[in-house]
Ligand binder design. Sequence first.
Ligand code: SF4
Length: 260
Amino acid sequence: MAVYSYSRLETFEQCRLKFKYKYIDKIIPEIPKSIEAHLGGSVHKTLEWLYSQLIEKKIPSIDEVIMHYSEKWAEENMSKMLIVNKFAKEKDYFDKGVKFLIDYYFKHRPFKSNTIAVEKKIEINLDEAGDKKLVGFIDRLVHNVEKNEMEIHDYKTANTFPRKEDLEKNRQLALYSIAIKEEFGREKDISLIWHFLAYNEEVCIKKTDKQLEDLKKEVIELIDKIEATKTFPPNIQKLCDWCEYKNICEGWNSQKKNFS
Ligand code: SF4
C-alpha cells in the first residue's frame, strides 16, 4: 500500500531530483534545516502547547508562552542551521517568532474558540481498494458549536501573503477536510482557516463536496504519475537556495560552475 504525505506530493511537483534524494534514496542532508523551518517549527510547537493548555482549561500568560518558545528555539544546534539571507542574524529570526506570538496571543485572547485537538493525525483512503493512503497532521481542529461546523486551522510563518485564488488551489487543508468529514459526518460544514502570522491575518475558505471529490481524483492521478516516474531531473528555481540537498545536487552545482 502506498502511503503519502502532502509534503511528499508537493516535493515531487517542486523538484523530482529532490524527491528522489529525500524519498527514494532517503539521503539525510548535511544541513538538516533552514532557519525559516526552525522558526516555523518553534512557533508551531508553542501554539500547540498553548492550545493543549487551553484544552485543559488553563490560560498561560504571554510570558509563559514566550518562555516556551525560547525553550523550543534552544533545542536545536544553531551552528548547523542554514541562513540564506547574509544580512540576517539568528536573533532576527528568533525575534520575529516572538512578535508573531505576541500579536497572535493578544488578538485571540481570551481564546473562546472550542479547540478539540492539536496536531491531529489524519488518514485518508483515497481509493475504494484502500491502496492509496494519505496521512497528515492538522495544526488545530475546532468544533464551532454556534455554527455547527468544524474548522481546520493552519499556521503560516512565511513572509508571503498568498492571493485568495492561490489558497483556493491549495490542496493540503482541503484534503484534510475529507478525513474530518469521514470522522465527524459528511454533512458537516468545514472551514479551512489559514493564519498568516507575519500579518496577524486569517483567510477562511470552504469547499463543496464536488470539489473534494475532484481533488481526490486529482491526487490519485498524481500518485499514479509518481509511481510511473523513472527519471528525476533537477528543477533549478528560487527555492534551490533553501534546498537541503543543494550541496550534492548535480543540477545546482553545474549551474554554479556556469556562473562562476
Ligand atoms: S537544489 Fe534545486 S534542483 Fe537541486 S534538488 Fe534541490 S530543489 Fe532540486
